[in-house]
Design a protein around this ligand. Structure first.
Ligand code: ADP
Ligand code: MG
Length: 349
């Protein structure tokens, strides 16, 4: 009978299983951009281009010049639980890459029209393309020329999951989320060149370079020239801890905490302990309800403080949280206190 039929246990089709998994990682175009770019970073790319149409709802393309993917590995790239980043539970402990669950491409591919083209060779005439088809998500590989590296194109996100598609906001809002994701990623790696294009227009073009001048040019391009004109540069090291970056002067504060970037060993992090230390440092110099602007990099020697960053979330756990808190607070507090007389002089003069 129908009732008995409905109660039978069965294994989900791969596409359906992946669509369910997609519920966790793929919320909107910005989450797709984050996953694809993190893969490009993990592949050792020196140049990453992000291209969008209609805020990413119609098209997202991430092109890199990284390792590429070998023909034999291509069918696996789009399947679930397939990763080149860990092989054992021990690997999980020391994972240095940004992804490792082997879910992103399978998930995204199940809720969009995804095509991946890659080439491991320096010969730009070689390369392969893979797409996953049907309910079984059968990978289909065919030759396609591509320079060394990988391009992933994601069209019509959520076209086959109308309930999720409905949750997409306007083009402007979705594009805003992508820009924010791009900003964080570009701030996390000065050694990579970045390009952002939206609706055929180049929005950002950031050359690679770890020298101070290039860094400041990138900060200005991403956060506006006004920020640097009203910020202190700092670079302090104590023991195994180093803090460097830019903190906005109290006069450059904002009504919202929307321009605050904090990286721990190169990864963007949101952490209560860090937030508390910064808030305390600004407490005497900022009006209630105002928020500082900052781009800060904390580098932590793993021999001194053990950091455990969750690979997909932005959480961090320090073994010695007190030490980190006090270092952040005292560094910032001092920098801000020293800046005050100069500021007053500037206003007086
Ligand atoms: P994960 O990143 O967790 O391993 P993904 O689904 O994001 O899982 O990617 C699956 C695999 O495909 C990766 O482990 C990697 O081997 C390969 N891959 C994906 N994107 C790229 C890329 N841009 N360059 C090189 N290899 C890639
Ligand atoms: Mg990944």
């Amino acid at each position: 009978t129908v009732v008995e039929e409905a109660r039978r246990i069965r294994v989900l089709d791969p596409r359906l299983a992946n669509q369910i998994a997609a519920g966790e990682v793929v919320e909107r175009p910005a989450s797709v951009v984050k996953e694809l770019v993190e893969n490009a970073i993990d592949a050792g790319s020196t140049r990453i281009e992000v291209e969008l149409e209609a805020g990413g709802a119609r098209l997202i393309r991430v092109r890199d010049d990284g390792s590429g993917i070998a023909e034999d590995d291509l069918p696996l790239a789009l399947s679930r639980h397939a990763t080149s980043k860990i092989a054992s539970l021990e690997d999980l402990e020391g994972v240095a890459s940004l992804g490792f669950r082997g879910e992103a491409l399978a998930s995204i591919s199940s809720v969009s029209r995804l095509e991946l083209v890659a080439n491991v060779d320096d010969d730009p005439r070689s390369g392969w393309r893979v797409v996953a088809e049907g309910r079984q998500m059968e990978p289909r590989v065919s030759p396609a020329p591509h320079p060394r590296g990988t391009s992933v194109t994601v069209r019509d996100l959520f076209f086959n999951t109308p309930a999720r598609r409905k949750f997409l906001r306007t083009e402007k809002t979705e594009y805003g989320h992508v820009e924010e994701t791009f900003r964080r990623l570009a701030l996390s790696r000065f050694d990579i060149a970045w390009v952002l294009r939206h609706n055929q227009k180049t929005v950002q073009q950031l050359p690679a370079g770890d020298d101070p001048a290039r860094r400041e040019r990138r900060i200005a391009a991403l956060l506006g020239k006004g920020f640097l004109d009203n910020a202190l540069h700092l670079d302090l090291a104590v023991g195994g801890l180093r803090l460097w970056g830019w903190v906005g002067l109290p006069t450059h504060s904002r009504a919202q905490a929307d321009q605050q970037y904090f990286f721990v060993n190169g990864r963007v992090v949101r952490d209560r302990l860090v937030a508390h230390a910064i808030r305390q440092a600004y407490r005497d110099v900022l009006f209630h309800g105002r928020h500082p602007v900052f781009v800060l990099y904390l580098e932590v020697d793993p021999m001194v403080v053990d950091v455990n960053v969750h690979p997909t979330k932005h959480e961090v756990r320090f073994r010695d949280g007190r030490l980190v808190h006090d270092f952040l607070f005292s560094s910032l507090h001092r920098a801000l206190a020293e800046a005050r007389p100069a500021e007053r002089e500037a206003q007086a003069g």
